[in-house]
Ligand binder design. Structure first.
Ligand SMILES: Nc1ncnc2c1ncn2[C@@H]1O[C@H](COP(=O)(O)OP(=O)(O)OP(=O)(O)O)[C@@H](O)[C@H]1O
Ligand SMILES: [Mg+2]
Length: 369
């Protein structure tokens, strides 16, 4: 049984259509991340699941029960918001037990539940403090603790880390992931941060303008983005998407970038049979920056294609060097070894891993192969 099923869900505000027919099935124990740019409808969707907002059409099913007409408190969910919404006059302990107090849970049981989550979240020393005496990360853990004592069918998180500094975000990200691994809870987690999505999710729903563009595991989303939007949204820096032509050769299609130019680049593809109908046509050629490396690099199998290309910009980050180059006249980012610093304005040798490229239909923007 799916923990959460969303069927043909739409939401409009006056004549603004914010959610356009969302269908999602989330299994018990999954960590689903809803990711997409600001304004794409993530919070609206989560609020509708929580019952804080109503859909214009469609249904929400939690644990096999349609909950459209069920009040938020009766939906068996726990939600953590971006603003932790702790009660300022209560101690950490009181914040965590407040919900149980309301439900008249026995004191001994409350004590046990608090002890459990406090240990899990390492907030035992903080139980007597007020929220004003806590750091952002500590408040965040208290908010999480308040949700965890519930043991609900479904946890909903709306950008819970967005108020934290970069270092704490990474720490909390790992902590939440560990938490999921330990308790096996079903989590729907909203973020606009694609790194959070990639690192935490068992499946990612990429949203854009009120629709789900792709719903798949992180590796699939990264390797086979369903369309150009997903290709450009997931990954940092994003996938290079370059206009090209597909030509025929005796043993498979060839991608030609900058056709007819003196610096045209030709890439022979293997195992791209789905691209056959596009031979002789324009395509968009997608290649991740890490698939363009320094010329001496060998990739695990297959000989890479080696090209000489002009270098425009070089950005050393410490762990790697990012290079903006021109492939057949088109700009492309490469991720090369940190030890190599080609000089801007010169040409350098690059190796392209052609087993991992993507081809998109320029009209529909969908992945071809
Ligand atoms: N009460 C409302 N009335 C009218 N429009 C609204 C209302 N609430 C949200 N919207 C609009 O709905 C769209 C989706 O908003 P939503 O808050 O779901 O986006 P989001 O994906 O969570 O964005 P963010 O990443 O910025 O939090 C936005 O265009 C927003 O302006
Ligand atoms: Mg939001």
């Amino acid at each position: 049984m799916a923990a959460l099923s969303i069927r043909a869900l739409s939401k409009r505000y006056a004549n603004l259509e914010v959610l356009k027919g969302i269908d999602l099935d989330i299994e018990s124990g999954e960590f689903t991340v809803l990711v997409g740019p600001s304004g794409c409808g993530k919070s609206t969707l989560l609020n509708i699941v929580a019952g804080l907002d109503h859909p214009s059409a469609g249904t929400v099913e939690i644990g096999g029960r349609v909950v459209n007409d069920v009040a938020p408190k009766d939906r068996d969910i726990a939600m953590v918001f971006q603003s932790y919404a702790l009660y300022p006059s209560m101690t950490v302990r009181q914040n965590i037990t407040f919900g149980m107090e309301c439900r008249r849970v026995a004191k001994a049981e409350q004590e046990k539940a608090v002890a459990n989550v406090a240990k899990l979240l390492q907030i035992e020393p903080l139980l007597g403090r007020k929220p004003s005496q806590l750091s952002g990360g500590q408040r965040q853990r208290v908010a999480m603790g308040r949700a965890l004592v519930r043991n609900p069918l479904l946890f909903l998180f709306d950008e819970p880390l967005s108020n934290l500094d970069a270092k704490l975000r990474v720490e909390m990200r790992m902590e939440i992931k560990r938490l999921h691994q330990r308790i096996g809870a079903t989590i729907v987690y909203v973020t606009h941060d694609q790194i959070e999505a990639m690192t935490m999710a068992t499946r990612i729903a990429v949203m854009h303008q009120g629709s789900v563009q792709q719903f798949a595991d992180p590796d699939t989303v990264y390797r086979y983005p369903a369309n150009l939007f997903v290709a450009r949204f997931m990954g940092s820096p994003p996938m290079n998407t370059i206009p090209a032509r597909l030509e025929a050769a005796s043993d498979g299609p060839v991608v030609v970038v900058g056709a007819g130019r003196p610096d045209e680049v030709r890439l022979r593809l293997r195992g791209y049979d789905a691209a056959a109908p596009f031979v002789g046509r324009e395509v968009v050629f997608g290649i991740r920056p890490e698939c363009i490396a320094e010329g001496s690099r060998t990739f695990s199998s297959d000989a890479p294609v080696r090209v000489e290309a002009p270098v425009e910009l070089v950005e050393p980050t410490g762990a790697e060097t990012m290079v903006l180059l021109r492939l057949g006249g088109e700009p492309a980012m490469a991720r090369i070894s940190p030890d190599i610093r080609p000089a801007p304005g010169t040409s350098a040798a690059f190796a392209l891993d052609t087993r991992r490229i993507c081809l998109f239909d320029p009209e529909t923007e969908r992945l071809i192969a």
